[in-house]
Design a protein around this ligand. Structure first.
Ligand SMILES: [Zn+2]
Length: 288
């Protein structure tokens, strides 16, 4: 907690503060973002602004009223290019005059573990049928993650999906199997005994309850405005598509369905196409 608070930094003060206007204040937390991070951008000093809009590298923010201003989530894909990324925001004030601010967010590279494995060919190569099935399922997930619900359903802090002291591990790790690089591991794994309850990490709507080749029995939650969390390898799912679930309510149980080497929960999160570290969601210092 303390470390999070200590990294909060005021990044930019408005470029256009008229004499009668309080300066626009923009903070990004954490102030140093890494690949796979999710950050909160908070704008204050825009009292009376009927709405706020803006973008990061040309991709729109989804602002919501927050404290006495506005806030939006920023997702940094785990393979985002390190370096400076420009943001801008603006609104029309009570007199009809446009107000604007702009700045830069620096994305830092993160060191992800690399694992080299040699496995028998039969264990690695899929049959044409399985490959077709896995590709169709991956496409279905991409379509879902590309769907941006208009309403923010999540509220306040996110919670760990399993009641366990085990740390979520393996986000972003890269596997090179028989010399061929695989796509990076885009979730975090909690090892937990089969049957351990899995809860919704935040309020949202059940978008998908399916049985996939790799992910096994899985539940996807739509938290609105392009934020999704994904729970894989479940032993059972306790929710139906379309249901609205509250943070902390049981959605299923840990298992080893699909391609899993043992019972564990693969927990992943996406924000408007950015594969983010679900652990970073837990650290988001967001009020209700
Ligand atoms: Zn995993």
């Amino acid at each position: 907690m303390m470390s999070l608070i200590s990294v909060v930094a005021v990044l930019v003060v408005a470029l256009v503060a008229g004499p009668a206007w309080a300066a626009l204040k923009v903070t990004v937390t954490p102030s140093a973002v890494r690949q796979g991070d999710v950050a909160l951008i908070v704008v204050t000093g825009a009292a009376g602004a009927p709405e706020m809009d803006g973008s990061l590298a040309g991709r729109p923010f989804f602002f919501f009223p927050y404290a006495d201003g506005y806030a939006a989530l920023i997702g940094i894909d785990l393979e985002a290019r390190p370096g400076k990324t420009p943001w801008r925001l603006g609104y029309v004030d009570g007199t009809g005059a446009p107000r604007k601010a702009a700045g830069m967010i620096t994305v830092k590279a993160r060191k992800f573990p690399v694992q080299h494995l040699s496995l028998p060919k039969a264990m690695v190569d899929l049959s044409p049928d399985d490959e077709r099935r896995a590709n169709a399922e991956a496409a279905r997930l991409r379509t879902l993650f590309g769907t941006i619900g208009p309403e923010r359903l999540w509220r306040g802090r996110f919670t760990t999906p399993v009641a366990s002291h085990a740390k979520a591990e393996g986000f972003g790790s890269r596997r090179i199997i028989n010399g061929k690089p695989r796509s990076p591991h885009s979730g975090a794994d909690f090892s937990a005994p089969a049957g351990t309850s899995v809860v919704a990490s935040g309020r949202g709507r059940v978008a998908l309850v399916v049985e996939f080749f790799f992910g096994g029995r899985l539940v996807a939650l739509d938290h609105g405005e392009g934020l999704y969390t994904l729970y894989m390898h479940l032993d059972r799912a306790d929710v139906a598509e379309g249901a609205l679930v509250e943070r902390g309510s049981i959605i299923g149980a840990v298992g080893n369905s699909g391609r899993a080497t043992g019972p564990h929960l693969h927990w992943a999160a996406q924000l408007r196409g950015a594969r983010i570290d679900p652990d970073a969601l837990l650290k988001l210092p967001v009020r209700n």
